[in-house]
Design a protein around this ligand. Structure first.
Ligand SMILES: [Zn+2]
Length: 199
């Protein structure tokens, strides 16, 4: 990197911090950006700035939104009787892409992972319980990833939710074990939802 001018070396360094980007890819992207027009480069910089300024979490379900409530929460045509719990907004997007689920969501913003120091108190669990108490929710579908962390989180939530008198189900493990919901295709997600079982 010593051979690059300072500002170019800095861009490479910043790109390398992105997930899935190694030193080689960072160099390739930086050189690509160097060759794009001033306008294109500014558009990218502006898009990053806009996202940081305007995107926050939904006040109800903790999905991403640029309004007070996200598109799902503010949709009057969704079924209030069924609520799907996911780990992060990418999982919600995956469920929406599959197009089979028409209820509401709750995004935990993570999964229980003692190895990474993530306990239940770091997640949006108290908000979930508060939402369900006194609501018309009849069923909670636990759609956390089929991983050790996802299963542990589902087990923990089932223990808290069942005493509230709601039906608690877990999506079927037709999903590849250890995989992310985000990587599953739409048919697999639809099948996992259809085949959900009682917990
Ligand atoms: Zn929402």
């Amino acid at each position: 990197m010593r051979s690059y001018p300072k500002s170019l070396a800095r861009l490479i360094e910043e790109l390398e911090k992105l997930p899935g980007i190694g030193p080689k890819s960072a160099q390739r992207l930086a050189l690509h950006l160097l060759h794009t027009s001033q306008e294109e480069a500014e558009t990218l910089a502006e898009a990053i700035r806009q996202v940081k300024q305007h995107i926050h979490t939904c006040s109800v379900c903790f999905n991403y939104t640029d309004a007070d409530q996200c598109a799902v929460c503010s949709d009057p045509n969704r079924d209030d009787g069924i609520l799907c719990v996911v780990g992060d907004p990418r999982d919600l997007m995956a469920m929406e892409r599959a197009g089979r689920f028409h209820g509401r969501y709750h995004v935990l913003q993570g999964l229980i992972s003692p190895m990474d120091g993530v306990g239940p108190e770091s997640l949006r669990i108290s908000e979930l319980l508060k939402r369900i108490r006194g609501s018309s929710t009849e069923e909670v579908v636990l759609a956390t990833n089929p991983t050790v962390e996802g299963d542990a989180t589902a087990m923990y939530l089932a223990g808290l939710l069942k005493p509230l008198g709601v039906k608690v189900t877990r999506i079927a493990l037709g999903l590849p074990v250890g995989g992310d919901l985000d990587y599953a295709d739409d048919v697999t997600i639809a099948r996992a939802l259809d085949g959900r079982t009682d917990m």
